[in-house]
Design a protein around this ligand. Structure first.
Ligand SMILES: *[C@@H]1O[C@H](CO)[C@@H](O)[C@H](O)[C@H]1NC(C)=O
Ligand SMILES: *[C@@H]1O[C@H](CO)[C@@H](O)[C@H](O)[C@H]1NC(C)=O
Ligand SMILES: *[C@@H]1O[C@H](CO)[C@@H](O)[C@H](O)[C@H]1NC(C)=O
Ligand SMILES: *[C@@H]1O[C@H](CO)[C@@H](O)[C@H](O)[C@H]1NC(C)=O
Ligand SMILES: *[C@@H]1O[C@H](CO)[C@@H](O)[C@H](O)[C@H]1NC(C)=O
Length: 364
């Protein structure tokens, strides 16, 4: 015979349960549990943040900053759909599988979550090298998805200051410091970025003051790896103890070769490695090719490319999956934390002949 036991628990317990069980990997806040709210970027209200030069982890899979409204206005390339288009995300993607549009060629190979967009794209290219399909995960400006967000380049959001040739400001990081295009004074790429992706310097709009700010880079972390300043890669790693410290190290292969990568660790050394002591990872283009501009992309042997529209639909659908994976836990957490929409929780436990059969949890 079957016995049904139903209990009503208090909202406080619900809060406790969801807080314990709904923690996204890395706390969604870069290894710091507690669900700090994501920053709100909008097309109407400028984001200024609270300026702080105290180092802390930046979100691993959410936005690390917002595009300034003046920079957004520079963008000529259309953003499809109902997009806000002002979110700047950190380097990491949520992973790819054959279920993603145009990625059937992945077969049963998964590109795991926690790999930066540039490397993830190279991995897809390698796995799909005989498919004749070139898959781009970002648009020409370095963004994708729905809601649209940037990971790399942001090339259509900045110009050069006419006097110093320093790139203009793109946006504001979660710590209130500026994010600028890829060039410093003289129109050259900086060689003094710290492990967060920032440096101290005078910017076109800092009124001659030396400030801490982030610079877009072609190598990960692309914009903001952590909120700095930091003095060493280790200082960055220490802010992500779950991933950089005790996380998963994957073996990764591209057309260039094979190397090691620490998932969801946004702290890269001068060799562009996030694994201590590995040297320049084998999956990256050899340095001699980079410096001579001797791209090896002809080795990909693609015969067709995806047209822009199809690509945008693909990345949008992919991003919806990402958004679901990334945001459901924090939404659960925030509605539980508000606590107004629930009066209680019903837990029904089924027993049959004294043996536990199942449990049904109902929110009210
Ligand atoms: C800045 O600090 C104020 C006061 O501590 C707080 O209310 C506000 O939410 C903070 N803003 C951001 C973007 O963190
Ligand atoms: C970078 O790689 C070179 C050559 O493998 C190595 O000698 C050097 O120590 C590495 N630097 C870092 C910061 O790991
Ligand atoms: C490298 O290639 C890019 C694009 O193909 C080009 O814009 C750039 O000027 C080249 N750089 C050098 C040093 O040849
Ligand atoms: C491409 O890669 C091969 C093998 O790694 C290397 O020998 C060659 O110099 C690279 N460059 C070009 C343009 O093929
Ligand atoms: C490209 O594909 C063609 C036809 O499938 C093949 O003959 C050729 O060897 C391939 N080239 C490379 C570099 O893989």
């Amino acid at each position: 015979m079957m016995m049904v036991v139903t209990l009503q628990l208090l909202p406080a317990l619900l809060l406790l349960l969801t807080k314990v069980s709904a923690q996204p990997p890395g706390g969604g806040g870069g290894g710091r549990p507690g669900g700090r709210p994501r920053i709100q970027c909008s097309l109407t209200t400028p984001f200024t943040g609270n300026r702080s030069d105290t180092p802390r982890a930046a979100p691993l899979r959410g936005n690390v900053g917002c595009v300034d409204l003046a920079a957004h206005a520079l963008r000529q390339l259309p953003i499809r759909g109902d997009q806000e288009g002002v979110n700047i995300y950190g380097p990491m993607e949520a992973g790819f599988g054959s279920g993603n549009p145009r990625m059937a060629c992945l077969g049963d190979v998964e590109v795991p979550g926690g790999i930066d967009t540039n490397l993830a794209e190279h991995m897809v290219h390698y796995i799909c090298r005989d498919s004749g399909v070139e898959i781009q995960v970002l648009d020409a400006c370095g963004g994708h998805a729905m809601p649209y967000h940037y990971h790399e380049r942001m090339s259509c959001l900045f110009t050069a200051d006419p006097v110093t040739l320093h790139s203009t400001r793109i946006g504001t990081a979660g710590d209130g410091n500026g994010i600028y295009g890829k060039h410093v004074d003289g129109g050259v790429e900086p060689d003094d970025l710290d492990a967060c992706g920032g440096r101290f310097g005078v910017t076109p709009d800092s009124n001659g003051q030396v400030v801490y700010y982030y610079s877009i880079t072609s190598a990960a972390p692309f914009s903001v790896g952590c909120y700095g300043p930091v003095n060493s890669v280790q200082e960055c790693r220490d802010m992500y103890p779950e991933t950089c410290g005790g996380g998963t190290i994957e073996t990764v292969t591209t057309i260039y070769g094979t190397g090691l990568y620490t998932l969801d660790c946004p702290c890269f050394d001068k060799n562009q490695s996030n694994v201590i002591g590995q040297g320049r990872p084998g999956y990256l283009e050899p340095l001699e090719d980079v410096t001579t501009n001797n791209s090896n992309s002809s080795n990909y042997n693609f015969t067709t490319t995806m047209d822009d529209e199809e690509n945008e639909v693909a990345v949008a659908k992919k991003a919806q999956t990402d958004t679901e994976r990334e945001q459901i836990p924090s939404e659960v957490m925030s509605s539980a934390a508000v606590g107004t929409s629930f009066t209680g929780i019903w837990v029904t436990i089924f027993f049959s002949s004294g043996a536990f059969m199942g449990i049904l949890i109902l929110l009210q």
